[in-house]
Design a protein around this ligand. Sequence first.
Ligand code: HEM
Length: 389
Amino acid sequence: MQTFVQSPTDPAFVQNPYATYARMRAMGPLVRWTDYDMACATDHATVSAVLRDRRMGRQVPGELAPAADPARAGFDAVEAHSMLERDGADHARLRGAVLRSFTSRSIAGLAPGIRALCHDLIDRFPAGDVDLLAVYARPVPVITIARLLGVPEAAAADLLRWSNAMVTMYQARLTADIMAGAEAATADFTAFLRDHLATKRRKPRDDLMSTLIAAEMSEAELISTCILLLNAGHEATVHTLGNGVATMLATGLQRSDAAAVEEVMRFDPPLHMFTRWVHQDCTVAGAEFRRGDRIACLLGSANRDAAVWDRPEVFDPDRAGPAHVAFGGGVHFCVGAPLARMELQIALEVLWERCPALALAERPVYADVYHFHGLERLMVRDASRGGVF
Ligand code: HEM
């Protein structure tokens, strides 16, 4: 396996990681990325195979579990009960409970509310150049997931703050300040959910939280599941919408059909790297792995694999080809994919219908946070609305 050096915070890489991924793929289906000290699956076939390989999982093999660190105890406790960090029977039980409440009927039932929300947000767009991330791409998924779970929409700002502080824990280099911020956010988030769960236990409502209370879960698992759904349920959708609008405005292909949404997710997905722990010694793409090794799946690279897509660097909603891997694959495949797809379709449809003359007001700049490939802001202007444009 060849080695590859690339700082994930190098500004050129942050703005365009795809050129680097192309060089990685040219070196083989697996390369050792020295900055992460990890083997990385680079192409569509290997990423798909690793995600489906039952000899690996998200859970750290027991003998390698790090010693408890009091500085991050609250955050680690939430993670320990999260379905995303579990494998086997516990994962299946927690995922099953969420899927039972996450029916296609309950998701479809959210559509009219999402559409009305998109219209409301556009009605309130300020005059002049606007940051579409702040006024549209961020509120749509946050308010939608709050409504689905049954927590007050007024808490959206708190949810965002807590979620942002918690996801900083996924970055490569952690500082004491980051950990302290994540711990404080975890404590506030947990207290908020404990209150709401207590209320819903007394007075169940027609929402996901009330359904989860009735499922086979401990209090700690309930809290972790709600935090996972609230965190996973908005951040990735925010950035997919932002990246997608930016791409569509740059290419002039303002579409909102299902094929266009899939192409947005293939072309510029918000999450580029997910890892697996090797649980059983195995061989992958000709390389030997031992229990306790880690393999990263480069979703953003797999989605640009020229072996499966013709001219993968071109945004083409009408292209043919296999499914992208932006939602992962295998047993941890994104639970929220149907909701995310519906939100993206509605948000794009209403945006293009209401703002047909939308244009980029400046070149979009990606934020330097590798755990989310998303924009810092998305400044747009709409010539049809008059004002200063
Ligand atoms: C465009 C938006 C989204 C993207 C790109 C995305 C991506 C992903 C990916 C790649 C995974 C798999 C991680 C792995 O295999 O290690 C995942 C898992 C998950 N996602 Fe999403 N997601 C999105 C939206 C959502 C939404 C809206 C929700 C909830 C409402 C959600 C909830 C989850 C959950 C609970 C898991 C864990 C599933 C499991 O461990 O079995 N996601 N997501």
